[in-house]
Design a protein around this ligand. Structure first.
Ligand SMILES: [Zn+2]
Length: 410
């Protein structure tokens, strides 16, 4: 584990301020088997810093990738929504950037090739870059040309020399995971052809701060991006963010378009989003201190509610053994004495235990067999879908506690 940085990972400023301290936490996706329960479980500080020079939210401590990704579980099937999203994105880029058999497309963190399969179908030359060896192998097995590598400045230099520079570089849901953010952006600049474009997608952190979604903070996410801190970051590497688009996937994401100055014309969408953020105070300390305060209030309220229900003889459970849930349970120190089990639809998770709190994970049918009085909804971002699936549990009197953005019993 690296020591706490004194400098902002992007601009190098020493004006970093601790905004949220969620304590020492285990890795949020590291579910345990019964045999693991007696072994020591590695925990790492989970603290969010704000750079008050460039307003970038970032974790104070990073976990070495080997800890994070060595046990990376590969689920081969992407949801229909994800595939449709990838297909329409490729169609849009092909027209917008006039890609053809002479172009070169590189995707960073290309996974099993779920997106590149559409690039290949158009006969556009491409390469996938995927750090997890087993996933890269699965992509190659499907005929998607993929190199096993972490994207870095050195890798970009090597690729540009061997294959030429890229007309389009795509990176979905990886940008927030890479601690060396300047190295990553420098790599993009090195690999990009003069007229080329970079398109990045990542979770948009504005709602996280505004709606107290503190449970989206976990070790895999080093950065929590708004547009404001990204503009100077790309400028520093002679690149320009010239267009943005908000997306509904993953509970709110941002897609940004990047090119070289002189080759791209900033769109009004970029200035509008920047103005929206400024109006809300994203470039002022107060905005973030409010976030920190609401998290502490939420913890007090939720613990008070759960204790009161227990004192009243009510029986509790939780729904959704997600990374989000791990952050919330560990921060609030809610263990099996309060929540005896968590139900989850994924068979990969059933019969395992939640990280840190060691709460057993069961199948959702348990809710009907056991009929707890209240179920804490840890995957509150899928509330509509889950409430719909649990009509029978609710018809029999079962209630859900939705913890975020504010506690609601339904
Ligand atoms: Zn900074």
């Amino acid at each position: 584990m690296s020591s706490r940085p004194v400098r902002c990972r992007s601009c190098g400023s020493t004006e970093c301020r601790l905004i949220v301290d969620l304590g020492d936490q285990p890795l949020a996706n590291n579910l345990l088997r019964t045999v693991d329960l007696d072994r020591p479980e590695p925990c790492f500080p989970l603290r969010l810093l704000l750079c008050t020079d460039c307003w970038l939210l970032q974790l104070a401590h990073t976990v070495p990738p080997v800890e994070l990704f060595s046990e990376y579980v590969y689920y081969s099937s992407f949801s229909e929504t994800m595939l449709a999203h990838a297909k329409s994105a490729v169609e849009e880029y092909r027209t917008r950037f006039q890609l053809n058999g002479e172009s070169f497309v590189v995707e960073i963190a290309s996974n099993d090739g779920y997106l590149l399969q559409y690039v290949r179908a158009y006969g556009i030359p491409y390469l996938g870059v995927e750090p997890a060896a087993n996933i890269a192998e699965a992509a190659r097995g499907k005929g998607i040309e993929t190199e096993t590598a972490f994207f870095s400045e050195a890798f970009a230099r090597k690729l540009a020399a061997s294959r030429g520079r890229a007309d389009l570089i795509l990176a979905n849901n990886v940008f927030a995971h890479v601690p060396d953010i300047n190295g990553f952006v420098r790599g993009l600049e090195i690999l990009l052809a003069p007229h080329g474009r970079v398109v990045l997608e990542f979770p948009y952190a504005l709602d996280c701060v505004r709606n107290c979604e503190f449970d989206t903070i976990y070790h895999e996410h080093v950065f929590y991006f708004l547009l404001t801190p990204l503009l100077p970051l790309f400028e520093r590497h002679n690149l320009t963010v010239y267009d943005v688009k908000k997306l509904d996937i993953h509970g709110g994401s941002l897609r940004i378009f990047v090119g070289r100055p002189g080759h791209v014309e900033p769109t009004p969408a970029c200035a509008e989003l920047q103005n929206d953020e400024q109006r809300l105070g994203a470039d002022s300390l107060g905005f973030y201190l409010g976030f920190s305060e609401r998290i502490r209030e939420l913890r007090a309220e939720l613990l008070h509610l759960l204790n009161a229900l227990q004192d009243d003889g009510k029986r509790l459970a939780a729904y959704g053994a997600s990374a989000k849930g791990s952050t919330l349970l560990n921060y609030m120190q809610i263990g099996p004495s309060v929540i005896p089990y968590i139900v989850d639809r994924s068979p990969h998770k059933q019969n395992m235990f939640s990280p840190g709190m060691h709460i057993p994970i069961r199948a959702p049918e348990c809710l009907l067999e056991d009929q707890p009085d209240y179920t804490l909804l840890l995957t509150w971002n899928f509330a509509d879908e889950i409430l719909e699936q649990q009509t029978e549990y609710r018809r029999r009197g079962g209630k859900f506690i939705i913890p975020i953005p504010c506690i609601e019993i339904v």
